[in-house]
Design a protein around this ligand. Sequence first.
Ligand SMILES: Cc1ncc(COP(=O)(O)O)c(C=O)c1O
Length: 385
Amino acid sequence: MLKYLTFYEDRGIEVWHAEGQYVWDSNGRKYLDMHTGHGVAFLGHRHPHIVGSIIEQMKSIAVLSTAFRSRVRDEMLDTVSKIVPSKFEYMYLLNSGSEAVEFSLKIARKATNRKKIIYFTNSFHGRTFGALSVTSNPRYRKGFEPLLPETYQLKYNDVSEVDEAVDENTAAVVVELIQGEGGINIATRNFVSALRRRTVETGALLVVDEIQTGFGRTGTTWLFEQYGVTPDILLAGKSIGGGFPVSAVFIPGDTASKLEHGCHGSTYGGNPLACAAVKASTEVLISESVPQQASTKGSKLIEKLRSAVMGYRIVREVRGVGLMIGIELRIEPTKIIRCLQDGGLLALKAGITVLRLLPPYTINDSDIEFTVRRVEECLSEQFSS
Ligand SMILES: Cc1ncc(COP(=O)(O)O)c(C=O)c1O
């Protein structure tokens, strides 16, 4: 029999079923899901409105090239235009975060007629060759070089290098406002302002990757809103499809006008099912005030975690924005993650020493209490204070 090739550590359970913020394994055991498939199931598993919308779409048409117009695409555009700044006149759908990043790099080179691309230490933008070229982790890059030429790494949150490094040859600066995979590292206001100022001065495009931070998770629809800057290209993915594999690139009209026919394409990108998923997810985001809920619940969870675990010697910091939370430890978190899972809570790692929690916005007060209790129990079980 074929074996599935996976590059993730096996978590040792077989998951059979999921609903809302919970999943159940093959033994009927229930888990509170703060892994959410690397942050995808932020709207909860199988949200009924999203499931209903995809099923309805399947009954009419599921496959269509974007060379043809469709009603679901128009409806999706109409709905999504309520949650993005009017600066973004165009939207392009792809199938994964990495593909959105790839396209943004292509757009930047084509639209500026420049080659240089700037990215940052501890960044994560995906695993395809272009996306990997702006992903810093040497472990992910090793063995795949040479990557894209003219990509340069700067230190995250260090403004001192920005003015010199971002110049008139720079096509794009690609940045996450909170580095998810890299360790829940939050960009400082100074840093983001410096990037915005310098990219305007030089004509480079500021590409903000909100594939993990965006679509409500950080307490506003987009995290860039909290910095008072608007990107030149905005990338979304993960939760934007409510579980359906889809990503989105938002592009202003003057940039889009520099992209001619044939310069990009995707067989599956923008298919009717993806349009239905994005439309329904956006409706949920708006009608259920998802960003506000993420903000309130996130603050509560972060505050409670802080008061419960900051006394432990191995805890360095609890940080996060909305429902994107990291507990920085003095050790590698694998044992703690295993302990949490054994006690019914799924979490994941970020960076080298960070325990990452990416809960759905549907978590309730008792889920918050349960999380805090389980994290504290696992810390005290493994390490005395
Ligand atoms: C910020 C960011 N960008 C890009 C990606 C890549 O997305 P995908 O795995 O869907 O290709 C990820 C995935 O974790 C991400 O967190």
